[in-house]
Design a binder for this molecule. Structure first.
Ligand SMILES: [Zn+2]
Length: 205
């Protein structure tokens, strides 16, 4: 299969933005070819997501993940820290999960990267360097939410759109993200599945 350079560059961008990974050309080619087996994997993932959705109805607070390391769905850090957690806002490291539980950040921001900025994206999108951002925070012009680690030190700093849209001169509301769209789709699949199960039970009697 021949993959165009344009598609490869799109894929490179996805790895960078969603997984914070800088791939070499070889790695990128490997990833692209692995994607040929992608659709089978996708079906399995969708099935798992529907299972999770149904389980969340019984366990709305979510559950602990027994993996000892993983990549947090919010801060994006790959960590060998126990205490990963899954709930309706996705898979999170224990620091980000605690921040959601304690209301430091609203859980909904975990499903939409347009709802918040990091030091990195402030620089990328608005040309605000981290030193400038820090001084703007001190002046009270930018509002930061700080996620702390176990030792009370900053783990990840977040600038919510809803806190900073006026200063950044952007819309208050973020456009719906692919993840939010996908969550809706999973909910629909799960509801359809439940309906079918009920119908199946009725016709079985
Ligand atoms: Zn995290």
């Amino acid at each position: 299969m021949k993959i165009s350079q344009e598609r490869l560059e799109e894929l490179r961008k996805i790895f960078k933005e969603d997984f914070k990974a800088d791939l070499t050309d070889q790695e990128l080619h490997d990833a692209a070819f692995n994607l040929t087996g992608f659709y089978g994997t996708l079906t399995k993932m969708a099935t798992r997501d529907i299972d999770d959705y149904l389980r969340l109805e019984k366990e709305p607070n979510g559950w602990a993940i027994s993996d000892e390391y993983g990549t947090c769905g919010f801060c994006g850090y790959y960590m060998s820290v126990k205490g990963f957690w899954f709930d309706r806002f996705g898979f999170k490291c224990k620091f980000c999960q605690k921040a959601v539980n304690e209301g430091i950040i609203p859980g909904t921001v975990c499903r939409n990267k347009e709802k918040w900025f990091s030091f990195e994206t402030l620089k990328e999108k608005f040309g605000i360097h981290s030193t400038t951002a820090r001084s703007l925070v001190r002046k009270g012009e930018l509002n930061a939410r700080v996620i702390l680690n176990d030792t009370g030190k900053p783990h990840f700093t977040v600038f919510l759109r809803e806190d900073n849209y006026k200063f950044l001169k952007i819309e208050k509301e973020a456009p719906i993200s692919d993840l939010e769209d996908y969550d809706k789709q999973v909910a629909k699949w799960a509801e359809d599945y439940k309906k079918k199960m009920v119908e199946g039970q009725k016709s079985g009697k």
